[in-house]
Design a protein around this ligand. Sequence first.
Ligand SMILES: [Mn+2]
Length: 357
Amino acid sequence: MQEGLSKEENEIILALLDSSVRPLFFFHDDPDGLASFLLFYRYKGDGRGVVVKSTPRVDGKFLKIVKDYCPDRIFILDIALIDQEFIDQAGTDIVMIDHHEPISMHAIKYFNPRIKQPDRNIPCSLLCHDVIPKANREMDEWIAMVGSVGDWHLPMFSEDFAKRYPMLLPEKIINPAEALFNTRLGELILIFSFILKGKTKDIHQSIKYISRVKDPEEILSQMTHEGTHVYKKARSNGKTYFELLQQALDLRSEDMIFEFIYKDDTTSFTKELSNILLFKNPGKIIIVGRKKSDEVKLSLRSDGIKLPKILEHALGDVEGYGGGHEYACGACVKAQDYKKFLENIKKQVFLKKKTLQ
Ligand SMILES: [Mn+2]
């Protein structure tokens, strides 16, 4: 049984993968994106991967990579948007597999379960996992698990997985948040997250190593050269995250909003921090921001109040932009407008609370 695309769609994608001799993969810079890439790349044993950082959009600036590599097919994984300019000028077949809000573009092969069922949000790594042959699916189940739980989704094979890897996922865990923050699987997910931070050259090296790992314990228990490299890189990249998390956990918030703003010019941890802060502060709206030059880059989370409308209104009279999913959004506002932005959010949450009473 499968959760994602139809059997026919999976067969089409596999045929596209099989018939490509020089595939180029673009993927989102989070555990789900990396897992999606690894599943295809390890099956193919060939090709090149490109991490799409910050904005999840493949646009004209990636054309140079296409020109240099000369792929015979491009696969775009876990990325919401693509520019028509890129499609028109790439000069090769493009296959896009995604689970964000469906888009409609000319001249690409587009696969997204939400076209038919808008609320069927299945992580991209699970979609990719369904595509590859059974032997590879079994071998790389841990990778699909990392990607999926990284996107807050426990796949249908979780129970079997827990039997196979009790050290990673105890059988009693039945919700994704607990799997994410209270297990060694969660630790592995953070490692996937952290190796995608920093310099592109280092990221590619870590990905090369992780693509050769056969068992997750190689990483977690530093059992092989490859696994040890990945573990150490993640630990050094993640050092700031743990310092920031400690600062955030020391904060107390009496009202509905939990806010944590930090200053850092190099690495963003707002996604990771907002996720764990929501887990520790259920029922609240979490706002985590990173001050960089004259802007504040933000991640917003909630587990009950829908965010997109609130965000849209809050951005009405301030300089900035943002958007996202119902319970997870990103935004960027000018530093001098941040106070106003926060006030706008507070006002709306207050009104909402009042109408609910
Ligand atoms: Mn995803």
